[in-house]
Design a protein around this ligand. Structure first.
Ligand SMILES: NC(=O)c1ccc[n+]([C@@H]2O[C@H](COP(=O)([O-])OP(=O)(O)OC[C@H]3O[C@@H](n4cnc5c(N)ncnc54)[C@H](O)[C@@H]3O)[C@@H](O)[C@H]2O)c1
Length: 258
């Protein structure tokens, strides 16, 4: 089972933190060289992660950039075999949307859709073009959410539902070139983003409320998600495309009501 990605070049957006960082570590442990794309502010932590990966014998580099801007991923996608579009936000920094669509400022709506949906679109099509032009098959994994299936998180749910349909649409368009496109839809995963949402709600106690909603009885770890991403990026999933897998501890089993 080891080294399922040996010799492959992986590119992970949002790779400096949370689920993206766990994907970088897990893909490198399976033999991949890694390119991290993240905001310029993430430089220090991204470079630390690169050093950690290089110490294991793989190469790793950081490309600063904003996934909302065309060209960010194209500049880093040469020779890429496996892409993970993990960059995302839960809400606008100045307006915490907690599902209140009637109170949502249009700029906050645009911001979340720009990062989560347009950013995923730009990342994936720029990577798919690089794979097509190089005539090499490859894998693309998008990061949706259980929120795509539950209309409780306002514009965040809308953005992730868009990511799911984009995943299926792109999968159909590039299948004949041997490029597979799948998604993961995580449940509650312990990352800086989840901490941020708890803070916005006013209390860390929210983490225990969410834990109680999960049939498996615990919050997910970034590694729980990364293992699924490695599977979707490896030949073990060779006959899967256009699928979204949900590492959610069973959360969706109860219709998300919990
Ligand atoms: N944590 C959860 O419970 C959870 C659940 C479901 C889905 N997700 C999704 O997983 C993905 C990763 O989230 P996380 O929990 O690891 O969050 P995180 O905040 O730890 O990591 C997100 C990363 O994306 C980067 N990023 C944000 N905007 C960017 C931009 N415009 N350009 C480039 N990089 C940008 C951030 O700098 C950060 O490094 C997101 O798409 C999120 O919506 C998270």
């Amino acid at each position: 089972m080891k080294h399922r990605l040996l010799g492959r070049r992986a590119l992970v957006t949002g790779g400096a933190s949370g689920i993206g960082a766990a994907c970088c570590r897990a893909m490198a442990a399976e033999g991949a060289d890694v390119v991290i794309v993240d905001l310029p502010d993430a430089r220090d932590v991204a470079e630390e992660l690169c050093a950690e990966i290089e110490a294991t014998g793989r190469t790793a580099s950081f490309v600063p950039g904003d996934v909302r801007h065309p060209g960010t991923v194209a500049a880093a996608a040469e020779g890429v075999d496996a892409v993970v579009a993990s960059a995302g936000v839960s809400h606008h920094p100045d307006q915490a949307d907690l599902g209140d669509l009637l109170g949502l400022d249009p700029d906050a709506w645009r911001f979340v859709l720009d990062v989560n949906l347009t950013g995923t679109f730009l990342t994936c099509v720029e990577a798919a073009r690089a794979m097509r032009d190089a005539g090499r098959p490859g894998t693309i994994v998008t990061v949706a959410s259980v929120a795509a299936r539950i209309p409780r998180a306002g514009v965040y749910s809308v953005s992730k539902a868009g990511v799911e349909m984009f995943t299926r649409s792109l999968a159909l368009q590039v299948a004949s070139r041997g490029i597979r496109v799948n998604g993961v839809g995580p449940g509650y995963i312990e990352t800086p983003m989840l901490d941020g949402v708890a803070q916005v709600r006013g209390s860390h106690e929210w983490l225990s409320v969410w834990r109680e909603r999960v049939p498996l009885g615990r919050l997910g770890t970034p590694e729980d998600v990364a293992r699924v991403v490695v599977f979707l990026s490896s030949d073990e999933s060779s006959y899967l495309t256009g699928s979204v897998l949900y590492p959610d501890g069973g959360y969706l089993l109860q219709g998300g009501s919990g």
